[in-house]
Each structure stands twice: as C-alpha cells, then as structure tokens.
Design a protein around this ligand. Structure first.
Ligand code: S6P
Ligand code: ZN
Length: 178
C-alpha cells in the first residue's frame, strides 16, 4: 500500500510525481524584480509531490499531494506558490496544514481577495472559481496536504498576466497585506 509521512508531507511509495520550483522558475511572480534578479536562481522556493491514481483529466477522480514552501523572502515579499485558478473553474479543493505558518490567499474572478491563516491543523476549503496561493510567513517550511479533482487542471496564465489583487509583505518581520 502506498503511504505518506504525515509530518514531512512526503510520500514513502506509490506512483508519485514531483516538481521543484526554484527562484529562476518564478520570473514575474514577485513584485521586487531587482531583488529577485540579485538572488541565487538555484534557491528552492517550493516543491510539490502528488499521486495520480487516474489519468489527469479524468472526470470524478481525485488527486492527493503535498506542498513544502521554504521560508524566505524576495525583497519584502515572502516565498509563496505561483498560485492558480483551476482550468475547470468550478472545481474546488481542500488544503490542510501540517507544519509552519502561512497565509492562504484566495481571489475570485472579480479579483476580490480574502485570506485564511495557515497553521498546524488548519483546514481550508477552496471553492470553485477561486484562485489560490500559499505564502510562507514563518521561518520554518510551510507544509500542507491538498486534495483536488483529477479534471480540475491548472490555469497559471491568468495569474502570470494579472497577478493577485493583494500581496503578503514582511514589515518588521510581520506579514501585512499590500
Ligand atoms: C493543486 C494544488 C497544489 C498546488 C501546489 C503548488 O491544484 O493547488 O498542489 O499545485 O501547492 O502551487 P502552484 O500554484 O504552483 O500549482
Ligand atoms: Zn489548486
């Protein structure tokens, strides 16, 4: 049987896919372009592991995976995921945090945004039509599990083009919305 290490957010076995996002992969995501350029592009910002028991695009299936967002900042902005709408806009998702502290930034298609605090045990229901981005506001890795429909798909282009309507910035080490 496939199994996971609950606390580290990693899989022990199973048909696992893995992606690593480094600073060089995240051009245009952070506000302070000069600070982004000055940093080592090899720096890992986050990694994702997930299991696909059914083929991507299959209707009515589910995927299960974890994300580890490393602690860090680009200029005043905390390390975070790119963020996306689901390509099939009405598809929702669950996140639950196992370690670290962060902010889940949520934004609807009218660009109205809201935030939920991520802390060990926090459970987040992300409704359809809602872009989502996880921001690590602490100084340890932010680890969370996610479950999403196998036909949700990912629309990164909308965020790449227009971004989120709010950013999470560090002021005196504390997160503020900018
Ligand atoms: C998938 C789910 C997560 C993210 C992961 C990385 O629908 O929301 O597994 O893929 O947290 O974020 P992003 O925005 O780079 O996909
Ligand atoms: Zn998602």
């Amino acid at each position: 049987m496939p199994s996971v290490d609950w606390a580290t957010g990693r899989f022990h076995e199973g048909q696992v896919k893995r992606t690593v996002k480094r600073l060089r992969d995240l051009e245009g995501i952070f506000e302070d372009t000069a600070a982004w350029r000055a940093m080592d592009g090899d720096t890992v910002v986050y990694s994702v592991e997930w299991e696909e028991r059914v083929q991507e695009g299959t209707e009515a299936g589910l995927f299960w995976g974890s994300t580890v967002v490393e602690p860090g900042q680009v200029g005043e902005e905390f390390f975070m995921t790119r963020g996306h709408f689901h390509a099939k806009r009405n598809r929702g998702e669950y996140y639950t945090t196992v370690q670290g502290s962060g902010i889940l930034l949520l934004m609807d298609e009218a660009r109205c945004s809201r935030v939920e605090e991520m802390a060990p045990g926090s459970l987040h229901y992300i409704p359809g039509f809602t872009a989502h981005r996880a921001v690590n506001t602490g100084n340890t890795p932010l680890i969370f599990w996610a479950c999403w429909p196998s036909d949700a798909g990912h629309d990164y282009e909308t965020i790449a083009e227009h971004g989120f309507s709010q950013r999470v910035l560090a002021r005196n080490g504390l997160p503020v919305l900018g």
